[in-house]
Write a protein that binds this ligand. Structure first.
Ligand code: NAD
Ligand code: MG
Length: 396
């Protein structure tokens, strides 16, 4: 084999970042870490640098950068520390880089991910918020640069695996009737509405099947995660919102399905461990060991399915409405959700208020076209201001 592929891992200290590094470390002959980024937990970033010896590490600001650079030098490492969004964009687009794992959480990931797209890199996309915010511009940039876009989100990776290899655009052109997007239903699938009024951030983050960062864990509990994924699926697979059906599947063994016009339904199954989609995307179109245990169907024993309850999960309804409205609506939905979830994790709002905040923000701002990245960030900023106004008005 030729030289190892050079990989940049944006958001290396997070749940997806660490799983990615675990898979990479199993295949040193195939992959080498080019750059790692972290935002908090910088001592962990230092430990990752010691383990993977990247050429670059990126941190949010100059004081942290000097501290990390001193520590790296003391450890005898050649790693150079870069700062902020500019540093992230630099390591995402550097000529030496083959693939970029986009695993920063939230809107903060958009510019660095787009920088990687524009540089024509292979994109391993975990940062769904980037696509939700700017789907049209993002996909246009992918087409223009010829970048290979591979979904890491387990559902989208499953759909990708169940789609024909030559799929380019239009579900009907390849005989697909609909996409069945599975959802575990999260920790509150069966919690009564009365109890939901009082659930804590730790309860929301205690996902029954997946271990993930705190923001996406709350999104899973509210099912906003499935709403964001619905929008993500529409962009990745050129689908209309009405062609994507959400199916609650509490075991999280089937990661999504594709329903074809001849009656065939293809599914991808596996243990709920993100190293499977990560390994799939890293090695695509080949297959490599991911470290994930083989699926034991006898231990799983049964697979259940139910329809989602939009009464219990209003965020799913709001996301579907935003998907149908298009233009700026998904960016505003995403930004309002980021503010609401951060406030919930800080103990400033109650769980059920997350949906109230988002619904109010979406009702106050008209939907506008997003012609460029500035327009995306303007919509994002407006939604954040409106969500903050909700918090102020309610004394939070
Ligand atoms: P996480 O919170 O564990 O990690 C987030 C990473 O982003 C960390 O490295 C953090 O330092 C960095 N980060 C946070 N804010 C930042 C900022 N403002 N600027 C730069 N870097 C910043 O989150 P995660 O669970 O790993 O999720 C990462 C992304 O992957 C999210 O978009 C999430 O929706 C998506 N995703 C995660 C999973 C999962 O199983 N964890 C599954 C599917 C999709
Ligand atoms: Mg997912």
């Amino acid at each position: 084999m030729s030289r190892p592929q050079q990989i940049t891992v944006l958001g290396a200290t997070g749940s997806i970042g660490l799983s990615t590094l675990d898979v990479i470390a199993r295949h040193p002959e195939r992959y080498q870490v080019f750059a790692l980024s972290g935002f908090t937990r910088l001592s962990e970033l230092l430990a990752l640098c010691v383990r993977h010896v990247p050429q670059f590490a990126v941190v949010p600001e100059a004081v942290a950068a000097r501290g990390l650079q001193d520590d790296l030098r003391a450890a005898g490492l050649p790693t150079r520390v870069l700062v902020g969004e500019e540093g992230l964009c630099q390591v995402a687009s550097a000529p030496e880089v083959d693939a970029v794992m986009a695993a920063i959480v939230g809107a903060a990931g958009l510019r660095p991910t787009l920088a990687a797209v524009e540089a024509g890199k292979k994109i391993l996309l975990a940062n769904k918020e980037a696509l939700v915010m700017s789907g049209a511009l993002f996909m246009q940039a992918v087409r223009k640069s010829g970048s290979v876009l591979l979904p890491i989100d387990s559902e989208h990776n499953a759909i990708f695996q169940c789609m024909p290899r030559d799929f380019a655009s239009g579900l009907s052109s390849v005989g697909v009737r609909r996409i069945l997007l599975t959802a575990s239903g999260g920790p509150f699938r069966q919690t009564s509405m009365a109890e939901l009024a009082h659930v804590s951030p730790d309860q929301a983050c205690a996902h029954p099947n997946w271990s993930m960062g705190r923001k996406i864990s709350v999104d899973s509990a509210s099912m906003m995660n499935k709403g964001l994924e619905l929008i993500e699926a529409c962009w990745l697979f050129d689908a209309k919102p009405s062609q994507v059906e959400v199916v609650i599947h509490p075991q999280s063994v089937i990661h999504s399905l594709v329903d074809y016009v001849d009656g065939s339904v293809l599914a991808q199954l596996g243990n709920p461990d993100m190293r499977t989609p990560i390994a799939n995307a890293l090695a695509w179109p080949e297959r490599i060991d991911s470290g994930v245990a083989p699926l034991d169907l006898f231990a799983v024993a049964r697979l259940d399915f139910e329809a989602p309850d939009e009464q219990r999960f209003p965020c799913l309804r709001l996301a579907r409405q935003a998907a149908e409205a298009g233009d700026s609506a998904p960016a505003m939905l995403n930004a309002a959700n980021e503010v609401a979830v951060a406030a919930f994790l800080d103990g400033r709002v109650r769980y059920l208020e997350i949906a109230s905040i988002i619904e109010e923000v979406l009702s106050l701002e008209p939907v506008v076209a997003l012609d460029d990245l500035d327009a995306v960030f303007t919509a994002d900023a407006k939604a954040r201001v409106l969500a903050e106004q909700w918090l102020n008005r309610h004394g939070r």
